[in-house]
Design a protein around this ligand. Structure first.
Ligand code: TRH
Length: 358
């Protein structure tokens, strides 16, 4: 499709996923010859995620441009500024109205297929479309840049680790940790320490929890258990965050964007869902586990890591990373790479809507 102007609206509610997903979407669209204006109320996380920005992506403060582009993406139901909606409605009187999409949260649950692509008539007379990312062909798919898998195939792990000031010791495996608050962390550290492990800790919860566990009075007071080598990372750019996951033999990820990156990394991973007080995250974990068809011992680990196993059950041991887990993970990732990615699907959807209103 010839280059259109896309306005992506993003409000940062908490954590990094809102900015992270919107930035990736912007980059994905720009890679496909689109012009993107990312309107974001808190651009601070972009300073480390994308320190160099990206060609064809303009970052604008909220409430954004006075005149809407050809496509307006409201990320995660963030509610567009009233003036933007009024402007879009006025345009619709005379010319082609902008295509208005609400990009929803990612989930593997069944409602996603039912809701993807549904229209929602608005009081302004405009129509908004629900666009659901997802893991099956009847959803909007997952963000995946062109050329990503080729870049991953050419990745040199030793060189990347060396650039971080790290050399792997003989027989050592690499485990990466990006998580929320998690009472199972000390048990996981004990499990990891059973084999030589370099544990790479992202800033935030992962580093804080490990520090807490090792502090006097913590669950593992004293030095890290033998076998476990700890390394605290700085905030990485999104590209370098990919490299981190490509370097991992096992990746612990959380939220929305990092599990997708872990899928493209192709190595075994464990997902911590964004914890919800009403326990709604259990259905999300269940749905993704079902979609990925991981072995039962891996499923037990996912449940325990999400605090969803029986309170009296001991933390399950770490399943072997080779054989079953690796194979199941690679099969799932491969099947997903065969599906059209989210940006391609957005382009096709928008082209169809524009044709229909011509
Ligand atoms: O930060 P998150 O927990 O974001 C969450 C989820 O999106 C969740 O669904 C949503 O409800 C909540 O926010 C509001 O995890 P996520 O989605 O993996 O986003 C992390 C982003 O941060 C991702 O784009 C990768 C990026 N990142 C870096 O760029 N550098 C880093 O060093 C790290 C640790 C992360």
């Amino acid at each position: 499709m010839p280059g259109l102007t896309w306005d992506v609206y993003c409000r940062v509610v908490d954590n990094l996923g809102d900015a992270g997903v919107c930035w990736r979407l912007a980059v994905n669209l720009a890679q496909r010859s689109q012009r993107v204006r990312l309107v974001i109320d808190d651009p601070a996380p972009l300073a480390f995620m994308a320190p160099e920005g990206a060609a064809a992506v303009q970052v604008l403060p909220w409430p954004g441009p006075t005149e809407a582009g050809d496509v307006v993406v409201e990320a995660f139901g963030c509610e567009l500024p009233a003036a933007t909606v009024a402007g879009m409605a006025a345009t619709a009187q005379g010319a082609l109205a902008p295509v208005w999409l609400n990009l929803e949260y990612l989930s593997a649950e069944a409602y996603v297929e039912r809701s993807h692509g549904l229209p929602s008539p608005q009081p302004s007379g405009l129509r908004k479309w629900f666009f659901y990312p997802g893991f099956t062909r009847r959803t909007g798919g997952l963000l995946r840049e062109e050329g990503l898998l080729a870049r991953r195939a050419a990745f040199d792990r030793s060189a990347w680790l060396h650039a971080q000031g790290l050399e792997l010791q003989p027989g050592e495996r690499v485990v990466t940790l990006f998580c929320y608050d998690n009472p199972a962390l000390p048990a996981l550290m004990r499990s990891l320490a059973e084999e030589p492990t370099l544990l790479l800790l992202t800033p935030g919860w992962a580093q804080a929890l490990v520090q807490q566990a090792l502090a006097a009075g913590g669950a593992l007071p004293g030095p890290p258990p033998p076998g476990l080598r700890l390394h605290r990372l700085p905030w990485l750019s999104q590209d370098d965050f990919d490299h981190l996951l490509w370097a991992g033999d096992l990746n612990f990820v959380r939220g929305e964007d990092s599990p997708v990156r872990a899928l493209w990394a192709g190595a075994p991973f464990v997902w911590q869902a964004y914890p919800q007080h009403d326990g709604a995250h259990a259905a999300k974990v269940q749905a993704l586990l079902q979609g990925l068809q991981l072995p039962t011992d891996v499923q037990a680990l996912w449940w325990a890591w999400n605090g969803l196993a029986s309170a009296t059950a001991p933390f399950p041991g770490l399943p072997a990373l080779g054989a079953g887990w690796q194979q199941a993970q690679q099969q799932a990732s491969l099947a997903l790479t065969a599906q059209p990615d989210l940006a391609s699907q957005l382009l096709a959807f928008v082209a169809l809507q524009r044709q229909a209103t011509c």
